[in-house]
Write a protein that binds this ligand. Structure first.
Ligand code: SF4
Length: 229
């Protein structure tokens, strides 16, 4: 079963790589992102890998990012906010507690959309079963940036389950981010990540109690992409 899923995902990637224009992949270094980066690097070793360096990550995430980047010789780009964490907190306070939507806008959405401006195809490891907001995800979707630039957003793992991701990591002996061993099931910035509140909902530990389950990076300027709630 996993071999069939791998072949299908690779076919989507191969087809998109054959299209004209520039390509990139985003990665948070959660397991599904690592699976996707591994597939793509085998076909295109110099593919730009974009990481949102928010300044609020767990140290374990940064260590894991650096280990894989060195081992796989990834062409990594860290996308950063205009302000450092210290500058932002000095001007606005701890926004991840008072206004996480604005914090995500400043530290994730703006840097990502700025980074994507250089590309025509954006590979992402989004999966339908990650949350209800992603249930209608397509393998290939149009995505519009606030500047008006249109991209193809490609999710080769859209129909993969958590089990599929685990099996791929096992099959290729890829170590997981150590935070999974501690019980985390969806991992982002440390202040906004807890262990899941609902064992059936892996993203229920993200922004727990803040009424938010998406950071906004997957919502297009024209309302395309995943829904915020
Ligand atoms: S996930 Fe939390 S800390 Fe990270 S950018 Fe969003 S609000 Fe800020």
């Amino acid at each position: 079963m996993i071999d069939t899923k791998i072949a299908a995902a690779e076919a989507i990637i191969r087809e998109q790589l054959g299209n004209a224009g520039t390509h990139c992949v985003t990665s948070s270094f959660q397991s599904e992102c690592v699976v996707l980066v591994d597939m793509i690097r085998r076909m295109r070793p110099d593919m730009p890998v974009l990481f949102l360096e928010t300044g609020y990550h767990f140290p374990e995430t940064l260590t894991y990012r650096d280990q894989l980047t060195a081992e796989w010789k990834l062409n990594l780009t860290n996308l950063e906010s205009k302000q450092s964490v210290a500058e932002q907190e000095s001007q606005f306070g701890i926004l991840n507690q008072t206004n996480p939507k604005e914090c995500c806008r400043m530290r994730k959405v703006e840097p990502l959309f700025g980074g994507l401006q250089n590309y025509d195809t954006w590979f992402t490891a989004l999966r339908r079963d990650q949350s209800p907001t992603r249930a209608n995800l397509q393998f290939v979707e149009d995505f519009k940036l606030p500047t008006g630039k249109a991209l193809q957003k490609v999710a080769p793992l859209a129909d993969w389950t958590t089990r599929d991701v685990y099996e791929y990591m096992q099959k290729f002996s890829i170590p997981e981010l150590s935070l999974y061993e501690q019980g985390y099931t969806s991992i982002g910035c440390a202040p906004c990540t807890a262990k899941p509140l609902d064992p059936n909902d892996p993203r229920s530990g993200r922004w727990a109690g803040q009424g938010k389950i998406e950071c906004g990076i997957h919502i297009g300027a024209d309302g395309s992409g995943v829904k915020e709630h």
